[in-house]
Design a binder for this molecule. Structure first.
Ligand code: MN
Length: 255
C-alpha cells in the first residue's frame, strides 16, 4: 500500500505532519506538499513557469507550487512507482459546504480522484485547531476503511473533524454539503504610501446548515463524511435550457 500525502497549508504545517505520521502505520507514505501556504488555491495548476521540487527528507518533498501541482506531478512521472491512495490534509480550518470549491486541501484529493485513485480530504474545525492527534487518529480509521472499499469512479470523500480530544468525538455521520451565505464585503485599507489595498472578505456564515449537513454534524460533535461526486453537470436543467431553442425561433447562430 502506497499513500501519497498532500495539503494546502504547506509542508511545515502541523496538520500534515500529524497525518503523515499516522499514515505510516497503514503503508509506505510519500509526502509531497507546497513549500508555503496555498489555502484557497483550489484546483490551480502552474502552467506559466517550471516547478521546483526539493527533497527535504526521505520521501518528504517540498513543492514550489499548488496542492494540485503536487498530486499531478507525483502521479504523472515524478514518483518512480504507482500510488494507491491520495490523502490530503489535515487542513487547519474547516472545509464545509461551498468551501470545497475553493479549498486546496479538497483540490489535492480531487486531483487524485481525477487520476483514478481513491482520494480523501481531512480538515479540522477552528482557526487555531489544536487536536491534530485526534484528526490523525480519525484519518487512520477512515483511510483503513477506504483502502478496503471500492467507491464509484469520480468519487472522493471530504471529511471534517471537530477540534476535540479523541474521547469527546461523538462518532461519524455521512452528510451532504451545506451552503454558505454570500461572503463578507471586500475590505479596503492602504499601504504606507497611501495607495489602496484590498482584502477578500471572510466566507459567509452557513445558510443551509440544517440536519443532514456537514455543518450540523460538526456542531453536534460528530466527524462529518461527505461523499463528493465530480460530475458537476446539472441534469435537471437540460430541458429548461433546451427550451430556449424551441420557443424562440429568433435564436439564430450568427456565423
Ligand atoms: Mn488550508
Amino acid at each position: 500500500m502506497r499513500i501519497l500525502v498532500c495539503n494546502d497549508d504547506g509542508i511545515h504545517a502541523d496538520g500534515i505532519k500529524a497525518l503523515a505520521h499516522e499514515m505510516k502505520n497503514l503503508g509506505e507514505t510519500i509526502v509531497m506538499a507546497p513549500d508555503r501556504n496555498q489555502s484557497g488555491a483550489s484546483q490551480a495548476l502552474t502552467l506559466s513557469h517550471p516547478v521546483r521540487i526539493r527533497e527535504l527528507d526521505k520521501a518528504f518533498y517540498s513543492v514550489e507550487g499548488t496542492p494540485a501541482d503536487c498530486v499531478h506531478m507525483a502521479l504523472t512521472g515524478f514518483l518512480p512507482h504507482p500510488v494507491d491512495i491520495v490523502v490530503s490534509g489535515i487542513n487547519h480550518g474547516s472545509n464545509l459546504g461551498d468551501d470545497v470549491l475553493y479549498s486546496g486541501t479538497v483540490a489535492a484529493a480531487i486531483e487524485g480522484c481525477n487520476m483514478g485513485l481513491k482520494s480523501i480530504a481531512f480538515s479540522m474545525i477552528g482557526r487555531h485547531s489544536k487536536h491534530f492527534k485526534t484528526g490523525a487518529r480519525i484519518a487512520k480509521i477512515l483511510v483503513a476503511k477506504l483502502i478496503k472499499t471500492q467507491l464509484p469512479a469520480k468519487t472522493l470523500l471530504n471529511v471534517n473533524i471537530p477540534d476535540l480530544p479523541f474521547d469527546e468525538i461523538r462518532g461519524f455521520q455521512v452528510t451532504r454539503l451545506g451552503t454558505r451565505r454570500r461572503a463578507d464585503p471586500l475590505i479596503q485599507s492602504a499601504d504606507p504610501r497611501g495607495l489602496p489595498l484590498y482584502w477578500i472578505g471572510a466566507s459567509g456564515e452557513e445558510e443551509d446548515g440544517g440536519p443532514g449537513t456537514d455543518f450540523y454534524a460538526i456542531k453536534q460533535g460528530y466527524v462529518s463524511i461527505t461523499p463528493i461526486n465530480l460530475d458537476l453537470t446539472h441534469y435537471k436543467v437540460f430541458e429548461q435550457v433546451g427550451r430556449w431553442f424551441e420557443m424562440h425561433s429568433d435564436v439564430v447562430l450568427d456565423n
